[in-house]
Design a binder for this molecule. Structure first.
Ligand code: 5GP
Ligand code: MG
Ligand code: MG
Length: 176
């Protein structure tokens, strides 16, 4: 799909290569452990689907829903849990999968929330991070790409709920 106003940042091939590398590392690191891979909806859905297929372990999957943005391109800083996990994570190794860590506020909220449930471990995998905008430090153990301070869409990421179905990551020009 080619769209006016959207400039390709990372194409399908680049994304697939990076996701494959992350899957290999995760497979190695969680060998012999009971791993639950938790996707943060909706933005991570495409990344999540590709990533779990690159993990060669008998994992479980679950999802969390959060809302933090509305139709805007800047974080409100207010995070709302719109849907919770379907199973307890106590004693399990949890890998939280996000589309993007921008200010870090959403991830901080989620990590604090999940930590109260006493998982055996809790780590973050994010497709993207925007270092220029980070306000709270988040350790991203598995990172896809570091990106400049631009508003990105595609590969699951939206602007006002559109563009999620693009297979590539693009910069929405004039959005920031
Ligand atoms: P944070 O709380 O880290 O500032 O923001 C995290 C959430 O904001 C992400 O999960 C994502 O939904 C949204 N977000 C931040 N930057 C972008 C961006 O460049 N593009 C899109 N589509 N969403 C973004
Ligand atoms: Mg997200
Ligand atoms: Mg969004």
């Amino acid at each position: 799909m080619n769209l006016p106003g959207v400039k390709v940042l990372h194409d399908e091939a680049a994304i697939a290569a990076r996701v494959g590398e992350l899957g290999t590392r995760i497979t190695r690191d969680y060998q012999g452990k009971e791993l639950v891979v938790v996707g943060v909806l909706k933005g991570s859905f495409m990344f999540f689907a590709d990533l779990v297929r690159a993990i060669d372990l008998p994992i479980s999957i679950d999802f969390l829903g959060v809302a933090s943005y509305g139709g805007n391109t800047k974080s409100s800083g207010v995070v709302q849990l719109t849907s919770d996990l379907s199973h307890p994570i106590t004693g399990k190794h949890v890998l939280l999968v996000e589309d993007i860590v921008d200010t870090g506020l959403t991830m901080r909220y989620l990590l604090d929330n999940l930590a109260t449930r006493h998982p055996a471990s809790l780590a973050v995998c994010s497709l993207l991070e925007k270092p220029a905008r980070m306000r709270v430090p988040i350790e991203i153990v598995y990172l896809g790409f570091s990106i400049p301070d631009e508003f990105v869409v595609g590969y699951g990421l939206d602007h006002a709920q559109k563009y999620r179905n693009l297979g590539f990551l693009g910069i929405l020009e004039g959005a920031v």
